[in-house]
Design a protein around this ligand. Structure first.
Ligand code: SF4
Length: 238
């Protein structure tokens, strides 16, 4: 199936900026951003980020407050801190042999960086790739990673796969079947996540007096290292 998939990919590849580089730092930035944010929203933010901090050294030297500010709007702000710490680790010690030693880098992100930056034959299995593997019941090499991601994102969709447009349909045992709907993520509106995000957004522009702030959100953000409370003021870490 891999040959069929690759032929389809050559004609249908999504043009994404992180596919034009093998720089491990750039790949890491893209993967951390993509962990919980949609591709369309990541593209310009990724380009802006690399323009501002083109290397791990540059990001490592940035004040934490600037990194948190630059992350606003991408969500799940702890990723910004983890990426910053990872850059500091790389700037100080180089890239570790085991990439999961870097903050915020789990097995998936490590596999993606190994494959896309270092050319290792490992398959990063995200939710889209997992679905295609499960449905096709076939094995693919690391070289098929981007093609599997695109097929999963545009054809082998979770709810209603577009089997009529699929290059693997003739040999896919799951052709024409659908997955059961999965539980949706709890709504952001009205959630504690929203309260945290609102407070963090507010202190990115100006420190706020602790008495004016949502106390639970302050404690939670402080625990994560995203704010500090200092002299009665809640502000970003230096
Ligand atoms: S034939 Fe359908 S289920 Fe099978 S890989 Fe293609 S889109 Fe997915």
């Amino acid at each position: 199936m891999e040959e069929l998939l690759q032929a389809w990919y050559r004609a249908n590849e999504r043009d994404l900026p992180w596919r034009r580089t093998t720089d491990p730092y750039a790949i890491l930035v893209s993967e951390v951003m993509l962990q919980q944010t949609q591709v369309e929203r990541v593209v310009t933010r990724y380009l802006d980020w690399l323009e501002r901090w083109p290397t791990a050294d540059a990001l490592a030297a940035a004040p934490t407050a600037d990194v948190i500010r630059a992350w606003q709007g991408l969500g799940y702000n702890r990723r910004a801190l983890a990426l910053h710490r990872a850059a500091r680790h790389v700037a100080a010690h180089g890239w570790p042999g085991d990439l999961t030693e870097l903050p915020g880098v789990g097995p998936y992100t490590a596999a993606a960086v190994r494959n896309f930056a270092f050319g290792d034959d490992v398959l990063p299995v995200d939710v889209n790739v997992e679905r295609v593997l499960r449905r096709t019941q076939d094995a693919f090499t690391g070289a098929a990673a981007q093609a599997l991601m695109d097929l999963g994102a545009t054809v082998c969709l979770a709810r209603i796969p577009r089997c009529d447009a699929c290059p693997l349909a003739a040999r896919c045992p799951s052709r024409g079947t659908r997955d059961e709907p999965t539980r949706r993520q709890s709504p952001f509106e009205g959630s504690f996540r929203q309260r945290r995000a609102a407070l963090l957004r507010a202190v990115t522009t100006q420190a706020k007096h602790v008495d004016e702030c949502d106390e639970d959100a302050v404690h939670s953000l402080e625990r994560d290292g995203l704010v500090v409370v200092d002299g009665g003021l809640v502000r970003l870490p230096a």
